[in-house]
Design a protein around this ligand. Structure first.
Ligand code: DGL
Length: 274
């Protein structure tokens, strides 16, 4: 049988700029794919909103990407993946992949002492998104979860190695260190930016799981399985759409993506949701 191809872009959405950490991981395993990114910067954060609002916004974000003719949608936002994924998968006719399942699976594969920690936004932790999936895979695993809401502004401030970040991390993570976990899921788009500090606080015996890395692998195999690979070589461009252009956009976006970024295009939210 002839190999199947699909040159349409991959769509990625997040509550804001943070999802660019996932885009970085996607490009490292799928360097030729064209990615269309939507960051809902006018309505960020999702992590402190109600479930019904997160579902409503996630449907609108996915609809926006569908209008850009994407072949597959990646929900880079952990909060949206925790709350809205089943609804998106039910409602839309293309593959929709979230970050929770891949991250949870990678953590289960990694743990030796069967004690996994999960950190994320209040919404992700309250919904026990990761622990439900981890327990489903292996119910003997102990899961300790902790919301770390201050990590989001610290990452956006670029305080990746700041003393204050270290002190806050120590406070948030003490519960996890006392449980002697050996694996810690970074269950929020922003946390990989603070990985050095988190690793320092947790000690080098704890393995950090970047859900973005795990998700990129799942997207790659899904694309392969479904015959959705692009034929382009050395293509790999990124179009960024946002619902607002925050001050310091360029600086924060480049910190998260790890390279230069083209100017974002501002979308009119009223028009988008009408
Ligand atoms: N993108 C969100 C997440 O991964 C963090 C920021 C927010 O609260 O919207 O959960």
């Amino acid at each position: 049988m002839n190999k199947l191809y699909n040159d349409r872009p991959i769509g990625v959405f997040d509550s804001g700029i943070g999802g660019l950490t996932v885009v970085k991981r996607l490009f490292s395993v799928l360097p030729n794919e064209h990615i269309v990114y939507f960051g809902d910067t006018a309505r960020v954060p999702y992590g402190s909103k109600s479930n019904s609002t997160v579902i409503e916004y996630s449907i609108q974000d996915t609809n926006f990407l569908l209008h850009k003719n994407v072949k597959l949608v990646v929900v880079a936002c952990n909060t949206a993946s925790s709350i809205a994924l089943p609804e998106l998968q039910r409602k839309f006719n293309i593959p929709v992949i979230g970050v929770i399942f891949p991250g949870a699976e990678m953590a289960v594969d990694e743990t030796k002492n069967m004690k996994i920690g999960v950190i994320g936004t209040r919404a992700t932790i309250t919904n026990q998104a990761y622990s439900k999936v981890i327990k489903k895979i292996n119910n003997k695993i102990e899961v300790v979860e902790k919301a770390c809401p201050l990590f989001v502004p610290l990452a956006e401030e670029g305080w990746t190695h700041h003393r204050a970040t270290y002190e806050i991390a120590k406070e948030y993570l003490k519960e996890l260190t006392s449980h002697r976990i050996d694996t810690l899921v970074l269950g929020c788009t922003h946390y990989p930016i603070l990985a050095d500090v988190i690793q320092e606080v947790m000690g080098n015996k704890v393995t950090l799981i970047d859900s973005g890395i795990a998700t990129a692998e799942v997207v790659k195999s899904e694309i392969h399985k479904r015959g959705l690979e692009t034929r382009h070589k050395n293509h790999g461009n990124l179009d960024v759409f946002v619902s607002d252009i925050p001050t310091k956009f360029q600086e924060v976006a480049e910190l998260f993506l790890g390279k230069k970024i083209n100017k974002p295009i501002k979308v009119d939210l009223e028009e988008m949701i009408s």
